[in-house]
Design a protein around this ligand. Structure first.
Ligand SMILES: [Zn+2]
Length: 95
């Protein structure tokens, strides 16, 4: 019995990538950054921890918390959408 190959589609426009055809993986990482400086407040350490815990409880789920620290976005792209993906990211850079 012949084993069928898995069909690939561009995840942006839906076009089918032909068997053996060229496709791209668009990948973006969003990583939480810090300049190492803690905001200077008059609050006690206990109060700061209490507020942080309150914020954590407010957040809907563990995955959302994780996504705030690190999120990887990955998609299969055809040649045309590769350029769109690149241009949209580059268009975000304004300063
Ligand atoms: Zn496409």
């Amino acid at each position: 019995m012949e084993r069928g190959f898995e069909r690939l589609n561009c995840q942006a426009c839906g076009i089918e990538i032909p068997a053996g055809g060229i496709f791209y993986i668009g990948r973006g990482e969003i990583i939480s950054g810090s300049d190492g400086i803690l905001p200077d407040t008059d609050e006690s350490a206990d109060r700061i921890i209490e507020k942080a815990l309150h914020e954590i409880r407010k957040v809907k789920c563990e995955q959302e918390l994780m996504d705030e620290v690190y999120q990887e976005i990955k998609l299969i792209l055809c040649g045309r959408c590769r350029l769109l993906f690149r241009d949209r990211i580059l268009e975000m850079i304004k300063y």
